[in-house]
Ligand binder design. Structure first.
Ligand SMILES: COC(=O)c1ccnc(N)c1
Length: 245
Protein backbone atom coordinates (compact mmCIF):
# COMPACT_ATOMS: atom_id res chain seq x y z
CA UNK A 1 0.00 0.00 0.00
CA UNK A 2 1.13 3.50 -0.89
CA UNK A 3 0.33 6.26 1.60
CA UNK A 4 0.77 9.98 0.94
CA UNK A 5 0.24 12.60 3.63
CA UNK A 6 0.00 16.35 2.92
CA UNK A 7 0.58 18.55 5.99
CA UNK A 8 2.17 21.81 7.13
CA UNK A 9 3.88 19.88 9.92
CA UNK A 10 5.73 16.94 8.28
CA UNK A 11 7.58 16.27 11.53
CA UNK A 12 4.28 15.30 13.17
CA UNK A 13 4.25 12.18 11.01
CA UNK A 14 7.70 10.97 12.09
CA UNK A 15 6.18 8.29 14.41
CA UNK A 16 4.99 6.46 11.26
CA UNK A 17 8.57 5.38 10.76
CA UNK A 18 8.93 3.87 14.23
CA UNK A 19 8.40 0.32 15.54
CA UNK A 20 5.89 -1.93 13.78
CA UNK A 21 5.04 0.58 11.04
CA UNK A 22 8.70 1.37 10.50
CA UNK A 23 9.43 -2.33 10.04
CA UNK A 24 6.51 -2.62 7.59
CA UNK A 25 7.97 0.27 5.58
CA UNK A 26 11.45 -1.31 5.65
CA UNK A 27 9.91 -4.59 4.49
CA UNK A 28 8.24 -2.78 1.59
CA UNK A 29 4.74 -3.68 2.80
CA UNK A 30 3.79 -0.01 2.84
CA UNK A 31 5.37 3.11 1.43
CA UNK A 32 4.82 6.44 3.16
CA UNK A 33 5.53 9.83 1.58
CA UNK A 34 4.97 13.00 3.62
CA UNK A 35 4.60 16.25 1.68
CA UNK A 36 4.88 19.79 3.06
CA UNK A 37 1.83 21.74 1.88
CA UNK A 38 3.89 24.93 1.78
CA UNK A 39 5.71 23.46 -1.25
CA UNK A 40 2.71 24.65 -3.28
CA UNK A 41 2.63 28.23 -2.00
CA UNK A 42 4.03 30.98 -4.21
CA UNK A 43 4.24 33.95 -1.89
CA UNK A 44 7.12 35.01 0.30
CA UNK A 45 5.10 34.26 3.44
CA UNK A 46 4.11 30.80 2.14
CA UNK A 47 0.55 31.57 3.27
CA UNK A 48 -1.69 28.51 3.52
CA UNK A 49 -4.72 30.10 5.18
CA UNK A 50 -6.93 33.18 5.06
CA UNK A 51 -9.87 34.74 6.91
CA UNK A 52 -13.20 32.91 6.63
CA UNK A 53 -15.92 34.32 4.38
CA UNK A 54 -18.88 35.25 6.53
CA UNK A 55 -16.58 36.18 9.41
CA UNK A 56 -16.03 34.17 12.55
CA UNK A 57 -12.96 33.09 14.50
CA UNK A 58 -9.89 31.41 13.09
CA UNK A 59 -8.61 30.95 9.57
CA UNK A 60 -9.51 28.63 6.69
CA UNK A 61 -6.95 26.81 4.54
CA UNK A 62 -6.75 28.26 1.02
CA UNK A 63 -8.15 26.26 -1.92
CA UNK A 64 -5.45 27.25 -4.43
CA UNK A 65 -2.64 25.76 -2.34
CA UNK A 66 -4.53 22.54 -1.58
CA UNK A 67 -5.69 22.18 -5.17
CA UNK A 68 -2.14 22.35 -6.51
CA UNK A 69 -0.88 20.04 -3.77
CA UNK A 70 -3.44 17.32 -4.44
CA UNK A 71 -2.99 17.61 -8.21
CA UNK A 72 0.75 17.10 -7.73
CA UNK A 73 0.61 14.38 -5.05
CA UNK A 74 -2.14 12.31 -6.65
CA UNK A 75 -0.72 12.97 -10.09
CA UNK A 76 -2.18 11.69 -13.30
CA UNK A 77 -4.06 8.48 -12.59
CA UNK A 78 -3.27 6.09 -15.45
CA UNK A 79 -6.41 5.21 -17.44
CA UNK A 80 -7.96 2.01 -16.19
CA UNK A 81 -6.29 2.42 -12.79
CA UNK A 82 -8.46 3.26 -9.77
CA UNK A 83 -7.68 6.68 -8.27
CA UNK A 84 -6.47 6.76 -4.64
CA UNK A 85 -8.93 7.38 -1.82
CA UNK A 86 -8.54 10.84 -0.27
CA UNK A 87 -9.08 10.87 3.50
CA UNK A 88 -9.62 14.21 5.22
CA UNK A 89 -9.57 13.91 9.02
CA UNK A 90 -12.07 16.33 10.58
CA UNK A 91 -14.25 16.41 13.71
CA UNK A 92 -17.17 16.87 11.29
CA UNK A 93 -16.39 13.57 9.57
CA UNK A 94 -17.93 10.11 9.53
CA UNK A 95 -16.84 8.19 12.66
CA UNK A 96 -13.80 6.01 11.90
CA UNK A 97 -14.47 2.36 12.77
CA UNK A 98 -12.69 -0.99 12.60
CA UNK A 99 -14.92 -1.84 9.63
CA UNK A 100 -13.58 1.26 7.81
CA UNK A 101 -10.04 0.24 8.73
CA UNK A 102 -10.68 -3.06 6.93
CA UNK A 103 -12.15 -1.18 3.93
CA UNK A 104 -9.09 1.08 3.72
CA UNK A 105 -6.74 -1.90 4.10
CA UNK A 106 -8.13 -3.19 0.80
CA UNK A 107 -7.10 0.00 -1.02
CA UNK A 108 -3.81 0.11 -2.94
CA UNK A 109 -3.33 3.82 -2.24
CA UNK A 110 -4.48 6.31 0.37
CA UNK A 111 -3.87 10.07 0.37
CA UNK A 112 -4.38 12.03 3.61
CA UNK A 113 -5.03 15.78 3.69
CA UNK A 114 -4.24 17.24 7.13
CA UNK A 115 -6.34 20.31 7.84
CA UNK A 116 -5.42 22.88 10.47
CA UNK A 117 -7.03 26.07 11.70
CA UNK A 118 -10.79 26.04 11.01
CA UNK A 119 -10.39 23.46 8.26
CA UNK A 120 -9.91 23.36 4.51
CA UNK A 121 -12.01 25.41 2.05
CA UNK A 122 -14.94 23.13 1.21
CA UNK A 123 -14.34 23.57 -2.53
CA UNK A 124 -11.12 21.54 -2.22
CA UNK A 125 -13.13 18.51 -1.04
CA UNK A 126 -15.88 19.15 -3.61
CA UNK A 127 -13.33 19.43 -6.44
CA UNK A 128 -11.36 16.35 -5.34
CA UNK A 129 -14.60 14.33 -5.16
CA UNK A 130 -15.02 14.83 -8.92
CA UNK A 131 -11.97 12.66 -9.59
CA UNK A 132 -11.40 10.41 -6.58
CA UNK A 133 -13.35 8.98 -3.63
CA UNK A 134 -13.16 11.38 -0.67
CA UNK A 135 -13.90 10.44 2.94
CA UNK A 136 -14.14 13.07 5.67
CA UNK A 137 -13.41 11.02 8.79
CA UNK A 138 -13.52 11.68 12.54
CA UNK A 139 -11.61 9.61 15.11
CA UNK A 140 -13.92 10.64 17.94
CA UNK A 141 -16.16 13.36 19.33
CA UNK A 142 -13.46 15.87 20.23
CA UNK A 143 -11.50 18.57 18.45
CA UNK A 144 -7.75 18.49 17.81
CA UNK A 145 -5.51 21.26 16.50
CA UNK A 146 -4.77 19.45 13.25
CA UNK A 147 -5.52 16.26 11.35
CA UNK A 148 -2.02 14.80 11.79
CA UNK A 149 -2.76 12.89 15.01
CA UNK A 150 -5.84 11.39 13.35
CA UNK A 151 -3.70 10.30 10.38
CA UNK A 152 -1.32 8.49 12.76
CA UNK A 153 -4.28 6.66 14.32
CA UNK A 154 -5.95 5.76 11.02
CA UNK A 155 -2.71 4.64 9.34
CA UNK A 156 -1.81 2.43 12.32
CA UNK A 157 -5.31 0.89 12.44
CA UNK A 158 -5.15 0.18 8.69
CA UNK A 159 -1.51 -0.91 8.33
CA UNK A 160 -1.76 -3.51 11.11
CA UNK A 161 -4.43 -5.29 9.05
CA UNK A 162 -2.15 -5.67 6.02
CA UNK A 163 -0.74 -9.17 5.47
CA UNK A 164 2.73 -9.54 6.96
CA UNK A 165 2.60 -6.43 9.16
CA UNK A 166 1.55 -8.13 12.39
CA UNK A 167 3.76 -10.99 13.55
CA UNK A 168 0.69 -13.04 14.42
CA UNK A 169 -2.26 -12.45 12.03
CA UNK A 170 -4.57 -14.05 14.60
CA UNK A 171 -4.18 -10.89 16.69
CA UNK A 172 -6.09 -8.87 14.12
CA UNK A 173 -8.74 -11.57 13.83
CA UNK A 174 -9.42 -11.40 17.57
CA UNK A 175 -9.45 -7.61 17.78
CA UNK A 176 -12.01 -5.73 19.74
CA UNK A 177 -14.95 -5.10 17.41
CA UNK A 178 -13.97 -8.04 15.17
CA UNK A 179 -17.00 -9.92 16.53
CA UNK A 180 -18.90 -6.74 17.34
CA UNK A 181 -17.84 -6.81 20.98
CA UNK A 182 -15.13 -5.18 23.08
CA UNK A 183 -12.28 -7.46 24.08
CA UNK A 184 -12.42 -8.69 27.67
CA UNK A 185 -9.61 -8.56 30.27
CA UNK A 186 -6.23 -10.15 29.58
CA UNK A 187 -3.69 -11.62 32.03
CA UNK A 188 -0.11 -12.89 32.02
CA UNK A 189 2.43 -14.09 34.63
CA UNK A 190 2.76 -14.00 37.60
CA UNK A 191 -0.25 -16.04 38.74
CA UNK A 192 -0.72 -13.68 41.71
CA UNK A 193 0.30 -10.05 41.74
CA UNK A 194 -0.30 -7.68 44.68
CA UNK A 195 -2.71 -10.22 46.10
CA UNK A 196 -4.72 -10.49 42.89
CA UNK A 197 -4.86 -13.95 41.28
CA UNK A 198 -5.41 -14.75 37.61
CA UNK A 199 -8.92 -16.26 37.13
CA UNK A 200 -8.61 -20.03 37.64
CA UNK A 201 -10.40 -20.88 34.40
CA UNK A 202 -7.57 -19.30 32.39
CA UNK A 203 -5.09 -21.76 33.94
CA UNK A 204 -7.42 -24.76 33.65
CA UNK A 205 -6.42 -25.85 30.16
CA UNK A 206 -10.12 -26.31 29.43
CA UNK A 207 -10.33 -24.47 26.13
CA UNK A 208 -14.10 -24.64 25.93
CA UNK A 209 -14.50 -23.16 29.38
CA UNK A 210 -11.85 -20.53 28.60
CA UNK A 211 -13.63 -19.49 25.39
CA UNK A 212 -16.95 -19.26 27.29
CA UNK A 213 -15.38 -17.21 30.08
CA UNK A 214 -13.76 -14.82 27.61
CA UNK A 215 -17.02 -14.43 25.69
CA UNK A 216 -18.91 -13.69 28.91
CA UNK A 217 -16.38 -11.05 29.97
CA UNK A 218 -16.53 -9.46 26.51
CA UNK A 219 -20.34 -9.35 26.66
CA UNK A 220 -20.29 -7.88 30.16
CA UNK A 221 -17.74 -5.23 29.22
CA UNK A 222 -19.60 -4.33 26.03
CA UNK A 223 -22.92 -4.07 27.86
CA UNK A 224 -21.33 -1.83 30.49
CA UNK A 225 -19.22 0.42 28.25
CA UNK A 226 -20.78 0.28 24.77
CA UNK A 227 -24.44 -0.82 24.94
CA UNK A 228 -24.77 0.69 21.46
CA UNK A 229 -22.53 -2.04 20.06
CA UNK A 230 -24.62 -4.73 21.75
CA UNK A 231 -27.82 -3.22 20.35
CA UNK A 232 -26.25 -3.18 16.86
CA UNK A 233 -25.44 -6.90 16.87
CA UNK A 234 -27.51 -8.98 14.45
CA UNK A 235 -29.91 -11.30 16.36
CA UNK A 236 -27.94 -14.32 15.17
CA UNK A 237 -24.75 -12.98 16.77
CA UNK A 238 -25.83 -13.98 20.29
CA UNK A 239 -26.27 -17.65 21.05
CA UNK A 240 -28.37 -19.16 23.85
CA UNK A 241 -25.45 -19.15 26.29
CA UNK A 242 -24.83 -15.46 25.51
CA UNK A 243 -28.43 -14.61 26.27
CA UNK A 244 -28.27 -16.54 29.54
CA UNK A 245 -25.55 -14.18 30.80
C1 LIG B 1 -8.32 19.12 12.82
O1 LIG B 1 -8.76 17.77 12.91
C2 LIG B 1 -9.45 17.41 14.04
O2 LIG B 1 -9.63 18.19 14.96
C3 LIG B 1 -9.99 16.05 14.07
C4 LIG B 1 -9.74 15.15 13.02
C5 LIG B 1 -10.29 13.86 13.12
N1 LIG B 1 -11.05 13.49 14.17
C6 LIG B 1 -11.30 14.37 15.16
N2 LIG B 1 -12.08 13.97 16.21
C7 LIG B 1 -10.77 15.66 15.16
Amino acid sequence: MRIDVVTIFPGYLAPLREALLGRAIDAGLISVAVHDLRTWTHDVHQAVDDAPYGGGPGMVMRPQVWGEALDAVVGDVPSGEAPPRLIVPTPAGRPFTQAMAHEYAAESRLVFACGRYEGIDQRVIDDAATWMPVDEVSIGDYVLVGGEVAVLAIVEAVARLLPGVLGNPASAEQDSFSDGLLEGPAYTRPETWRGRAVPDVLRSGNHGAIARWRRDRALERTAARRPDLLAALPPTALDRADRAL
